[in-house]
Write a protein of this length. Structure first.
Length: 269
């Protein structure tokens, strides 16, 4: 009986800080947060005042901060990002369309992160709240920066990251000779020339990572007051909850702290 009573503390509700990504990323995460709130956990969501889908709920507390862009500007940035990759045509034309859309949306995200980190009142609240852990989509890199600042164990909730940065952080092999790259139209059965094309196309990641994550590395270095990169911070993730399923994704090795949860994407249309 004494042993059983001593285990009750392990089941006690926790206090979770959440820094989400807007758009469809949020729709899956919200389902998880609602259940956590219903089970007695204290969930605090930090989000910008301007967003597409992030709205208050009775199951969690919302802490919002102001941003300098409008709802219409954010909506146009999302549209530019999503329409580019789905256009048909020459592979490099599709790539540059995707690059342009990604840059427009990244500018909004970086501005939002900057506003959050400069909000001294909100940062002070987070420091004093004594959270147990932080749940974040690492594509919204601000959550990764806050995890380091607050010295919190981080839970990553993601589908993937631009330029395969999450694969580098997870130390998971993804050789271009076997795993097809986006926009190549290759399958998992490739000829020699297709493998060469896959390898060459993978070099774009060096360029994509630089423009997509360098602004966050600069923000993190300034905020944490030491030189640091986004990859350095990502590697400190405690648990990776991957919204994928090998029914739809190419098989690859996973580390022990990586959990596929692809079914959560089906919780809502």
């Amino acid at each position: 009986v004494v042993v059983l009573l001593s285990l009750l503390g392990l089941a006690a509700a926790g206090k979770l800080l959440v820094v989400p990504m807007d758009g469809s990323h949020w729709l899956s995460m919200r389902e998880v947060l609602d259940i956590l709130g219903q089970r007695g956990h204290e969930v605090v969501v930090v989000a910008p005042e301007v967003s597409l889908h992030i709205k208050p709920s009775k199951n969690f507390v919302m802490k919002m901060y102001s941003v300098p862009y409008t709802q219409d500007e954010l909506k146009k940035a999302f549209q530019a990002f999503f329409h580019g990759p789905f256009e048909e045509g020459w592979i490099f034309r599709r790539f540059f369309k995707a690059y342009k859309g990604m840059k427009t949306l990244t500018d909004c995200w970086v501005t939002s992160c900057e506003q959050l980190l400069q909000n001294k009142e909100l940062i002070r609240y987070l420091e004093e709240s004594k959270f147990d852990a932080i749940l974040t989509d690492p594509v919204a890199t601000c959550g990764v920066i806050l995890a380091e600042h607050l010295s919190l164990p981080s839970l990553y909730f993601l589908r993937g990251a631009p330029c395969g940065l999450d694969l580098d952080a997870r130390l998971c092999p993804s050789p271009p000779s076997y795993v097809p790259r986006s926009f190549t139209d290759n399958t998992d059965h490739m000829s020699f020339l297709q493998r060469v094309k896959n390898l060459l196309y993978d070099t774009q990641n060096l360029f994509l990572c630089n423009f997509a994550f360098q602004p966050y590395s600069k923000l993190a270095s300034e905020f944490l007051q030491r030189e640091v990169t986004v990859l350095d911070l990502l590697r400190k993730g405690s648990v990776w909850l991957l919204r994928l399923d090998f029914v739809l994704d190419y098989p690859r090795p996973l580390m022990p702290n990586i959990i596929p949860i692809g079914g959560v994407n089906c919780a809502q249309k």
